[in-house]
Write a protein that binds this ligand. Structure first.
Ligand SMILES: [Zn+2]
Length: 166
């Protein structure tokens, strides 16, 4: 359990890892992280990945006690490059992309030699990579919305002014 600290958005949310099957690594999907309001400890979100990067203003009003706290979300321009990458390609998506790619390559390897040509390779790979491409497209629009919020949102403008001290 990680206790919150003060951030420009107020008290940070509390992170609590639930890992009941930690000794069975292949059951990784049965682990989750919940995020709690730092004031009333009401859970407001559950993630299956421990360090999921979320896009958002970061300021959240607790549905239970009504206080404002920092839920850990950040807008795209505020993220460091490593977090940007993680936001675009979370581990689950990378795993899916790699396994689909391997299945696609496997399908090409078992196909009769005389039927494999570049067009077929292209078709097979695009079919198996289409879920990943769809994901990237959705992410792209979410990132654009995040940049828009960052540039136009009054709360975010106020925070940036307070930060730079101008
Ligand atoms: Zn609360």
């Amino acid at each position: 359990m990680t206790t919150g600290s003060d951030t420009p958005r107020g008290e940070a949310a509390i992170r609590k890892d639930h890992d009941p099957f930690w000794f069975l690594h292949f059951l990784f999907f049965l682990r989750w992280t919940s995020y709690l309001c730092p004031y009333c400890l009401e859970a407001f979100r559950r993630d299956s990945w421990p360090h999921n990067v979320r896009l958002g203003s970061g300021e959240r009003i607790c549905g239970s006690c009504g206080k404002i706290f920092d839920d850990g979300a950040r807008e795209w321009p505020e993220l460091l490059i490593a977090k940007k990458f993680r936001c675009f390609f979370p581990p689950g998506i990378v795993a899916m992309c790699v396994s689909f790619l391997l299945v696609g390559i496997g399908a090409l390897l078992v196909a009769p030699r005389d039927q494999v040509n570049w067009l077929m390779v292209l078709i097979v790979l695009s079919v198996f990579l289409s879920p990943t491409l769809a994901w990237c497209l959705i992410r792209f629009f979410l990132v654009r919305r995040s940049i828009g919020r960052y540039e136009n949102d009054l709360a975010s403008l106020r925070r940036r002014l307070e930060f730079t001290g101008s």
